[in-house]
Design a protein. Structure first.
Length: 261
């Protein structure tokens, strides 16, 4: 049996050298202060007392350096219910003590239509997030569960992400969750790990640097060009070539901040 994986570079460009610059920004600035910046996953600082600690293993460090964590922006404490008509619904178990207002939670959190669930009887909920990742060279991003962080109370289901090229298809991320055991609540506190992002680059041994970027007019125009395409076609991957042909050569411009004492 032979397995092969092909990772094609952008047409007309040479394979890059040095660190790969990945940018991130929030496509919605209102209340943006509640969203944590992505942070690199690190366990090397967990145990500094022994040179042979597993957290100091080069293979572990190399793997962790490729994962960036996004934390939950607000408390979630939810129950899955059905209304009097049998339609799926969510109940905020924090009630009047909830840190997030009910109308704002409804804006951010949705149950997908039951006929769109991947498995019968397993609800899918989606949390809208403003995070967008982008690069000026071929980079595939995968969104995965925060498997390196231990949760005292396991989630009653699994999250599922996706993989797509952020250099031609930057889009706001969605946290999707399949609620396998609906008898148990879904509870995630603000600041808890929500998911990881990992990046595939060429050559594969290049390091990745993630930093906030400026939301320029060119970047906004390009985002508008591809925004909402999923509402009109089923296979958005078929649009990558067309999007790349209309993409400006450079969109990643790191944010420059100055601080005064």
């Amino acid at each position: 049996m032979r397995l092969s994986v092909n990772f094609e570079n952008t047409q007309g460009t040479d394979p890059g050298k040095g660190p790969v610059q990945v940018g991130w920004f929030l496509n919605q600035r209102k209340a943006g202060i509640i969203y944590f910046p992505p942070e690199r996953v690190r366990s090397a600082d967990m145990n500094k007392t022994h040179a042979k600690s597993a957290s100091r293993c080069p293979a572990v460090i190399n793997m962790e350096s490729r994962y960036f964590m996004v934390r939950c922006p607000f408390d979630l404490n939810l129950a899955f219910v059905r209304d009097k008509d049998g339609k799926p619904a969510l109940r905020n178990l924090n009630g009047d003590m909830s840190g997030i207002r009910a109308n704002k939670l409804r804006e951010k959190l949705h149950i997908t239509a039951e006929h769109e669930w991947r498995y019968p009887g397993v609800p899918t909920i989606q949390l809208e997030l403003p995070y967008v990742f982008i690069a000026d060279e071929p980079v595939y991003m995968s969104q995965v569960a925060p498997f390196l962080h231990y949760a005292k109370v396991p989630l009653p289901g699994t999250i599922f992400g996706g993989r797509f090229p952020i250099n031609v298809w930057p889009r706001p991320l969605m946290w999707a969750f399949e609620w396998a055991d609906t008898d148990k609540p879904l509870k995630i506190n603000r600041g808890d790990p929500l998911f990881y992002c990992t990046f595939e680059v060429a050559p594969a041994d290049r390091s990745v640097v993630v930093s906030e970027v400026e939301v320029t007019e060119e970047l906004t125009d390009y985002m508008d060009l591809i925004s909402g395409a999923v509402n009109y076609v089923n296979q958005t991957f078929s649009l990558f070539e067309a999007a790349e042909a209309r993409r400006p050569a450079k969109l990643v411009q790191p944010v420059k901040r100055t601080r005064t004492d």
